[in-house]
Ligand binder design. Structure first.
Ligand code: MG
Length: 453
């Protein structure tokens, strides 16, 4: 049971790991954490089990005394917007993000719309120890339903008020992957002045068009559609619509850091400041942001940690390798819709093609590999590697696992929170060097494993 509670959220297979009964108990645990007080906004993605999960969850939550406002099926950034703008005391969103359709879960939200970090651990403890506090019959919370269309309208109006429309011939292809972005992305782009084509653009929790994760493997249809329609770019979203991956006008999937760099350059033209990137991001971030007059701060992987860092550093923009982008001029949480419109605005105003901008930025080979390592040993292995590299004279960064830098590359090793794996990210200036570093990393992990056994 414990493993469904993760660092950023709760997640598991519906009716196997998370049943309606468990969803109700998670609601009670969350309400107990909130001391049975205040207004909580709840939203959900289009998974087949999301309405069941939501009903069970809000029953538990309102039974503790919290007032629940359900805005139903909307993208997660729209729910976050409503929490932030509506003065709610907390929020929750029913989703398993980009996971396969059989999964579901819950993500908890602060009043500013950003995700819980260590608070997830407190909710987990209440749940596991069953330290539930239910209200008496007179003081149960109210359950109020908010029209999702009204929430979507408020969200669109707020975002569009901050943009100038694109030039009249601007064309995009939208691929929400039958996720929550189906309800907003095409409409907001049309109001933005763009010509819009769509694929996989109606909510369907079985994800019939493609797997929910927007990556190169899953975006083949979008790549073809961008070329076929002569679009300026394509945008592919995940199930709850907090990730977006772009396809350029030549039909190529663009490395997420390059999108982050293009947007950062635009921001830095007007104002100098701090750009945040997680530890997995390419070394091109430092070189390109420095050229544009900005400063890069690296942070722990995970959108909830990035949001915390934005507040701490008063940053101008933040990016993650996982295609989360943060635009604090709008709000502190990540929003792929805002970033999509921003990219349209930049291309429209600069009169450049996305492919040209992408090709101006250097590309280095980079891999991410999962290396099996027993759960009870993975943290010790990392500690052992930290000791090894601390004495190596090389620059070592311990922000998230261990990162070691060379003049022509780097590697990052992080123990997975949920699975018996060490996640290795390696980047180098040449393919040969990349293979050399990867081989070395695997050997070092083996040696460390032997040493601690
Ligand atoms: Mg997601």
């Amino acid at each position: 049971m414990e493993y469904i509670f993760r660092a950023y959220d709760v997640r598991g297979i519906f009716n196997k790991e998370i049943t309606p009964e468990i969803a109700a108990k998670i609601g009670i645990a969350f309400g107990t954490y909130l001391k049975g007080e205040g207004k909580v906004l709840v939203g959900r993605d289009p998974r087949t089990s999301s309405l069941i999960m939501e009903n069970a969850f809000i029953s538990g939550l309102s039974a503790t005394g919290c007032d629940v406002y359900s805005t139903g099926l909307v993208p997660i950034p729209t729910a976050n917007f409503k929490i932030w703008q509506g003065g709610y005391d907390a929020g929750a969103y029913i989703t398993a993000s980009h996971n396969p359709p059989e999964y579901n879960g819950v993500r908890f939200r602060h009043p500013d719309g950003t995700g819980y970090t260590f608070q997830n651990e407190e909710i987990k403890n209440i749940f596991l120890k069953e330290e539930f506090k239910l209200s008496d019959w007179k003081n149960v919370g109210r359950i109020i339903y908010i029209n999702p269309e009204k929430t979507l309208r408020e969200y669109s109006d707020y975002i569009l008020s901050k943009f100038n429309p694109v030039y009249e011939k601007f064309k995009v292809v939208i691929d929400p992957g039958n996720g929550a972005a189906s309800l907003i992305a095409p409409y907001i782009f049309r109001e933005f002045g763009a010509k819009v084509s769509t694929i996989n653009c109606y909510p369907d929790g079985t994800f019939p068009g493609r797997p929910s994760e927007p990556n190169e493997k899953n975006l083949g249809d979008l790549m073809k559609a961008v070329v076929a329609t002569g679009a300026d770019f394509g945008a592919g979203y995940d199930g709850d619509a907090d990730r977006v991956v772009f396809v350029d006008d030549k039909g190529r999937v663009v490395q997420n850091e390059k999108i982050g760099i293009i947007i950062s350059k635009r921001i830095l033209e007007k104002k100098k400041g701090i750009i945040i990137a997680n530890m997995e991001c390419s070394m091109i971030v430092e070189s390109e942001i420095k050229k544009a007059g900005g400063t890069v701060k690296r942070v722990r992987v995970g959108d909830v940690f990035v949001a915390e860092a934005i507040k701490k550093y008063n940053a101008l923009f933040a990016m993650e390798t996982s295609a989360h982008y943060f635009f604090p001029e709008f709000y502190t949480f990540d929003d792929p819709i805002v970033v999509s419109l921003k990219l349209g605005e930049i291309l429209s105003e600069w009169g450049l093609k996305l492919s040209e901008m992408v090709d101006e930025i250097p590309s280095y080979p980079k891999v991410m590999e999962n290396i099996p390592c027993p759960d009870e040993k993975k943290f010790k292995v990392i500690d052992e590697l930290i000791n090894t590299y601390k004495n190596s004279g090389l620059p070592v960064d311990l922000t998230d696992g261990v990162k070691v830098s060379y003049s022509d590359g780097w590697f990052l090793l992080r123990p997975s929170n949920t699975t018996p794996l060490i996640r290795a990210t390696v980047e180098a200036k040449s393919n040969d060097r990349l293979q050399e570093l990867l081989k070395m990393v695997k050997k070092e992990i083996k040696t460390a494993l032997k040493k601690i056994s």
